[in-house]
Design a protein around this ligand. Structure first.
Ligand code: LP5
Ligand code: MN
Length: 245
């Protein structure tokens, strides 16, 4: 009896090693789980469910295979794939969750989220986030041809990259008070998130009863949280072979 959590894979056609590791994980490990939770940034970029590439189809296929096998899959948007939508969910069998969700893990209530909203000192990012989360803007963007969207995103990316490179590292970590606020709002002692790429298990200093588990990214190895009825472990899956698509 165990449930798996992953985030920040940043899947891209440019990194077949990560994709290969992900496929192995899905076929050998996720297939035996009670459920799989993907806490955002599965993709390096997802600019719409109309993505026609083989790469996107292979990822869709992988989730479809898993859900058809009977493993429920849940997805929370990250800051890079917030445009994963209802069509993707329909095609894969994946359930899209709200940006903060509470779940029952073998008797323990937990709040799960991507983690970007916990970084409240990153004011410029949060302003950007608010803009691109406006429903009318997304509605419009989703109606553009795929190639036009690609061009727009490439331009936005260049602007953002130079802005991010000037930020202090502390700004891009979670704000401890915000962590407490979110946990109290949901009445939980356990929080699981990703985004910061700083994998760790934190016992909160204000209240040692409270635990915050941070998933790592998949740039050099695959960070996976295994949560079972008898405990949990945050570990890494090694990249052993190139993607066998
Ligand atoms: O992901 P990571 O760790 O690299 O950085 C994040 C924050 N960056 C982002 C941007 C994403 O990388 C790119 C997302 C593109 C997705 C497609 C967009 C499609 C448009 C859809 C329109 C409906 O999320 C980074 C954080 C960091 O995490 C740590 O928390 O700091 O934030 C930034 O760097 C953002 C800048 O600070 C904001 C600069 C604004 C520049 C103006 C761009 C124009 C806006 C146009 C809006 C339509
Ligand atoms: Mn992120």
């Amino acid at each position: 009896m165990h449930t798996l959590f992953i985030s920040d894979l940043h899947l891209t056609p440019h990194r077949p090693d990560i994709t290969g590791c992900f496929f192995q994980f899905m076929r050998n490990e996720a297939v035996n789980a009670d459920a799989l939770y993907v806490l955002g940034d599965l993709f390096d970029f997802w600019i719409g469910d109309d993505d026609p590439t083989d790469f996107a189809n292979q990822i869709r296929q992988e989730f479809k295979r898993l859900t058809q096998h009977g493993v429920p899959c849940y997805f929370i948007h990250g800051n890079r794939d917030f445009l994963v939508g209802r069509r993707f969910a329909r095609q894969t069998g994946v359930t899209l969750l709200d940006e903060e969700a509470t779940i029952d893990l073998y008797g323990t209530k937990a709040v799960i989220l991507h983690g970007d909203t916990l970084c409240t000192h990153d004011v410029r990012y949060l302003a950007f986030r608010e803009k691109v989360h406006q429903p009318w803007l997304q509605w419009l963007f989703n109606r553009l041809p795929y190639w036009v969207k690609k061009r727009i995103v490439a331009k936005i990316q260049t602007d953002i990259r130079s802005d991010k490179s000037q930020k202090a590292m502390e700004i891009m970590d979670v704000t401890p008070d915000e962590v407490i606020r979110v946990m109290e709002r949901h009445q939980v002692n356990l929080m699981i998130h990703g985004h910061t790429h700083r994998p760790a298990i934190h016992q909160l200093s204000d209240d040692p009863q409270k635990t915050r588990i941070v998933l790592g990214d998949w740039y050099t190895q695959g960070s996976v949280l295994v949560y079972s009825d008898s405990g949990y472990s945050l570990g890494n899956r090694l990249f052993t072979q190139q993607s066998s698509l």
